[in-house]
Design a protein around this ligand. Structure first.
Ligand code: FBP
Length: 266
């Protein structure tokens, strides 16, 4: 419950959890010896460890996604995107690995190095042990998780959501991107969206820290991720804070979103 700048019982400086998470992650990455550039959602600038990044990886991460959920004790997570070399502003398809960690009733981790997505859980010794290898997402969704204000949805997105409901999809939205994507990955069904909204053509979620790593993991599990026109992973990020609408999860429902948008918006 700490707010940056306050002290705890012992008079020690307390940090907001997202600031603390950022410091821990950055420190560990910089000490790993295998990382060239580090870019955190919490800071403005790339931290550069090596000029040419020869043989090194660069990492973009959101240390604590959904941090506004901490005070109400809902699940939050860490999201990580990894490229070879120095350049962090490449299309997501060039990622060599991606990962998220979910802090829920259990701490679980899902990662991929491009050979399927795998789930691990932290045990009492704080080691991650394999829970499930090769997570698979079915072609059809039976749950949907819609971010954003519904009265700002475009007619195409509104029509799409109505059709999902008519098809019998149940609403399952936690307000945290990591738990919402984890639900799709682990249940093997569902579609999450944070669409373009009236007045917010790029939605809310960021390519580098949120969308690219999750799109990589979902594609690895046989799902799809689209900005409404084409794959998220093919977008060239315009900058660190570039955002995009997203429809991500089961292939059929992601294709259906593209159909509605093509029919009613293009
Ligand atoms: P932050 O970057 O402010 O942490 O926001 C990210 C996020 O909380 C996602 O985890 C979640 O999917 C989305 O925002 C929810 O946004 P909204 O409250 O507008 O539905």
């Amino acid at each position: 419950m700490g707010v940056a700048g306050t002290s705890n019982l012992y008079g020690e400086q307390q940090l907001a959890l997202d600031v603390l998470a950022d410091r821990i992650m950055t420190k560990r990455l910089l000490h790993s010896g295998v990382v060239g550039n580090v870019l955190s959602e919490e800071v403005e600038e790339v931290i550069c460890m090596s000029k040419d990044c020869n043989g090194l990886y660069s990492v973009a991460f959101d240390p604590l996604d959904g941090s506004s959920l901490v005070d109400v004790n809902l699940a939050v997570g860490t999201i990580v995107s990894i490229f070879e070399g120095c350049n962090l502003l490449q299309p997501g398809r060039k990622q060599v690995a991606a990962m998220y960690i979910l802090y829920g009733p259990r701490t679980t981790l899902v990662y991929s190095t491009g050979d399927g997505g795998h789930e691990f859980a932290m045990n009492q010794l704080m080691e991650y042990t394999l829970v499930k290898e090769n997570l698979r997402i079915k072609a059809q969704a039976n749950i949907y998780s819609p971010g954003g204000l519904r009265n700002l949805f475009t007619p195409a997105v509104d029509g799409y959501v109505r059709e999902l409901e008519e098809r019998g999809c149940k609403l399952r939205y936690s307000g945290g991107f990591v738990p919402d994507i984890n639900q799709v990955m682990i249940k093997g069904t569902g579609v999450f969206m944070y669409p373009h909204l009236k007045g917010h053509p790029n939605g809310k979620l960021r390519l580098s820290f949120e969308l690219n790593p999750m799109a990589f993991l979902v594609e690895q599990a046989g799902g799809a991720a689209s900005d409404g026109h084409g794959p998220i992973l093919d977008r060239v990020p315009l900058g660190k804070d570039d955002r995009a609408p997203v429809f991500i999860g089961c292939k059929e429902e992601v294709a259906l979103a593209e159909e509605y948008i093509a029919r009613m918006e293009e």
